[in-house]
Design a protein. Sequence first.
Length: 143
Amino acid sequence: MGYFFVLVDLIRSKYTNMDFKELLAYQKAFKLAMEIFQLSKSFPKEERYSLTDQIRRSSRSVCTCIAEAYRKRKYQAHFISKLSDADMENSETHVWLEFAFACEYIEEATHERLVSEVIEIGKLLNFMMLNPEKFGSKNQSKS
């Protein structure tokens, strides 16, 4: 019986001590944001205050929203709301990738690969929103 309580404590401590940087959605979003940053360095100067800034901002915002959501995981509604914001920013990144491709700033293979990453991040965010308890979030509503 004592082994069971040790195991429960280990599981609880994993959620309590886990850092947002360990979340797969965060890791993939961070990698994508860094790749977009490097890629966008080659965008034309006239795009500096539109496409370049916007795609960098939205891709980075996915990461910040995931981090904020994880810090608010104690409150399920806040957790889900922040993950929804991350999903919104992820969708915005997808749109900016469409513009970058349509303007011929990125090649088709690069576009397809990056869009595939955006879609995968979206699926991970959706999973987190549908299963908040798996990430240490608790429903605070009273029955």
